[in-house]
Design a protein around this ligand. Structure first.
Ligand code: MN
Length: 339
């Protein structure tokens, strides 16, 4: 039988220096990109539970509030402190080590970027390397299905016991980023790691319900309104959805409520590139890019100051949707025509 769980030697080697620094730390601040997703939140919760189990004090300080929907992963409720609170300030001031998970780019760290000293910052991420890296020692391994997979690997390299709380965080990370093992990043190894995590006693149906099958009423109200802003190109395999600030405010939508909306756009038959444009309360437009295959949306997102993966990327552009949508559509059309 194939040993799908065996750790790629290069990855083990890359993780070792991060591990050494982490385990020598006394006070760690963990963080992830703005609008943390299941991979960022799950990886943070897992690493924090692991390190605190070994007597290393941890605080999660994200550039945007820790998502309500992932709070069940925190082994103590005050583990996460919102940036701007005195608890977060104290944790940042006291930290000897910072760990950035699921991104490596300083600009994805919002207001936190300026407050973490690169020489005391470690990065563990699975996105293709961007230009600037937030930390001193960085593991950037796009072969990993999720940052959660790399978290599992760190424990394996350390030879430390996988506890149920740590496993749950890593499992949620993996389930989130693979879309429940449906996306192209789902590897045999992702399944093998999930199996190892699950063996600690994870209830997959409970995780499914928490992640995908529970939504506040306003999220469905948002979906109803957002579908009115759905459009498709008459000739190119391109579909997009636009949600302006007024629409988002009318239903009281939070950033989390937009998660998954783009899947409806992507699901339209014949779509190669799906886009979601949404205005933030700050008057910027957040663009989500999804590709079903042949188009590198990471490259397009980078042209607008963003980035991500070949098949999933994002960008945050100043301006309202009326200003932002036309040039982005044009860039995507150009890419689709040029294939
Ligand atoms: Mn991720």
């Amino acid at each position: 039988m194939n040993d799908f769980l065996s750790l790629p030697p290069a990855r083990a080697q890359a993780l070792r220096p991060v591990l050494e620094r982490l385990l020598a730390a006394r006070r760690v601040v963990l963080t992830t990109h703005v609008n943390a997703d299941g991979d960022g939140s799950g990886s943070e919760a897992a690493v924090a539970a692991w390190l605190e189990g070994r007597g290393i004090a941890c605080t999660i300080v994200n550039p945007t509030p820790f998502p309500e929907s992932f709070r069940f992963l925190l082994h103590r409720p005050d583990l996460a402190a919102d940036l701007g609170t005195s608890a977060a300030d104290a944790a940042v001031a006291a930290a000897d080590t910072f760990l950035v998970l699921d991104t490596s780019e300083p600009k994805r760290l919002g207001d936190l970027a300026a407050r973490i000293p690169p020489e005391r910052t470690l990065v563990v991420d699975h996105h293709p390397a961007g230009r600037a890296v937030a930390g001193d020692i960085a593991v950037q391994d796009p072969d990993a299905a999720a940052t959660g997979e790399l978290v599992y690997d760190m424990l394996a390299v350390a030879g430390h016991e996988l506890t149920p709380v740590v496993a749950l965080g890593a499992y949620v990370a993996l389930v989130s980023d693979t879309g429940s093992f449906r996306y192209g990043n789902t590897s045999p190894r992702a399944h093998a790691v999930a199996a190892a995590l699950m063996a600690t006693g994870i209830d997959p149906e409970d995780v499914y319900r928490r992640l995908f099958a529970t939504a506040p009423r306003r999220r469905l109200d948002l979906l109803r309104r957002a579908l009115a802003g759905l459009d498709t190109d008459p000739t190119l395999p391109l579909a997009w959805m636009t949600v302006d600030r007024e629409t988002a405010e009318s239903v009281g939508a939070t950033a989390e409520d937009f998660e998954g909306l783009i899947e409806h756009v992507r699901s339209i038959e014949g779509t190669d590139v799906a886009l979601l444009f949404r205005e933030t309360p700050e008057g910027e437009t957040k663009i989500s890019f999804r590709s079903n295959g042949g188009t590198d949306v990471n490259a397009i997102a980078r042209r607008f100051g963003g980035g991500g993966h070949v098949k999933a990327a994002g960008a945050l552009v100043p301006g309202r949707v009326e200003q932002v949508v036309p040039p982005v559509l044009e860039a995507v059309r150009e890419a689709l025509r040029g294939r």
